[in-house]
Design a protein around this ligand. Structure first.
Ligand code: NCD
Ligand code: ZN
Length: 350
């Protein structure tokens, strides 16, 4: 093995700090794809109906555990879906009893299954203050939803109009900006050293908006927040490979069946769980920063969430192009796997 061009890489086992597992037949089909390589994941609560209470989170966790393949050592870290009716005492109970790791804030109407999200941020202030007191992180879908704001500007406007005022009102609240897609978000996180971090998805490190729209519309590249222009993708790669503790992996792997994606009004979400680690190794290698992959996938996330990094490791090996299925079959229908648009050479061997 050459020092300059390694063909083998052993890193601490990764975690996924933003994941959609769904429920029922879909859960059964997609869970093994994550559990194969990841030790833990922050589980998004945007089911129908959403996971709002400690009791619902506990029941959902039980369904995930029941769907795990035999012998899989995977721990789901549950989240509560914040609504204007969320009870601060229930949130505190969920956290202190270990049922929920974080709370998820969806502005109402921002994305898939977000109708019960927050419209008036003053209404959730008591919950946010309780969370600040107990150190429970808030995971934020950072997009405004006003129809007069251009969809490509919604993240940048959210930072100015919602996030900055909110963090000023509750400065001790620990916030994760989820799936950041802009240089504006990267700069905002870099400039704010306290109580702030961001997750970056696999696909936003690889695609820009041309992938969705140039040469024919590609529904399988459509997700929210929508991919932005190339300069933003480059800023995300720079943040991911920097080793900066405030940036870590949240795949936002979000399976929808092909019929749900390929229709007049197709669903937002990209399914990256099966090939995420191969994609990431390729991105980090292309940037000459394979050595920083471990910080991004396995160290920075636990650090922010105040959890120990995983003790065991995985090994990736470089070789002939990796083959992976174009789709996985589920009882609800086929789900297309993310196509990075280039060959992948790194496979998890151990
Ligand atoms: C997610 C989904 O399908 O649940 N979709 C997406 O495009 N990322 C919701 C979300 O995280 O915004
Ligand atoms: Zn998501």
């Amino acid at each position: 093995m050459s020092e300059k061009h390694p063909t083998r890489l052993t890193i601490r086992r990764p975690d996924d700090w933003h994941l959609h597992l769904r429920d029922g037949a879909m859960l059964q089909a997609v869970l093994p794809e994550t559990a194969r390589h990841f030790a833990r994941a922050i589980i998004m609560p945007n089911l129908v109906p959403p996971v709002v209470t400690a009791k619902q989170a506990s029941a959902y966790r039980d369904r995930i555990m029941a769907a795990l393949p035999d012998g899989a050592g995977f721990t789901p870290l549950m989240t509560l879906y914040l609504t204007e009716d969320t009870n601060p005492a229930d949130v505190a109970h969920a956290h202190t009893s270990g049922i929920a790791t974080a709370v998820k804030l969806y502005p109402a109407g921002a994305t898939t299954n977000s109708a019960s999200g927050v419209k008036n941020f003053d209404k959730v202030r008591p919950v946010l203050e309780t969370m600040a007191d107990i150190g429970m992180p808030l995971c934020v879908h950072g997009e405004v939803t006003n129809s007069d704001i251009d969809i490509f500007d919604r993240e940048a406007v959210f930072i100015d109009k919602v996030l900055k005022p909110l963090r000023k009102k509750v400065p001790d609240l620990r916030v994760v900006m989820e799936h950041v897609t802009t240089e504006d978000a990267v700069d905002y996180v870099r400039d704010n050293h306290k109580n702030l971090a961001a997750t970056i998805t696999t696909h936003h490190l690889i695609i820009n908006r041309n992938h969705i729209l140039a040469g024919g519309i590609k529904p399988h590249y459509y997700c929210l927040p929508v991919a932005k222009r190339e300069a933003h993708r480059v800023a995300l790669v720079q943040a991911a490979i920097s080793g900066d503790k405030r940036f870590f992996l949240g795949t936002d792997s979000a399976p929808h069946t092909d019929p749900a994606k390929l229709q007049t009004c197709g669903c937002a979400g990209i399914f990256t769980a099966p090939n995420t680690l191969s994609c990431l190794a390729e991105v980090f290698e292309a940037a000459g920063k394979l050595k920083k992959l471990e910080a991004f996938t396995s160290l920075n996330g636990p650090d922010f969430y105040r959890l120990p990094a995983n003790e065991d490791t995985i090994t990736l090996e470089k070789g002939d192009p990796v083959t992976y299925p174009a789709q996985i079959e589920t009882a609800d229908g086929p789900v297309t796997v993310f196509d990075p648009g280039f060959d992948l050479h790194w496979r998890v061997v151990d």
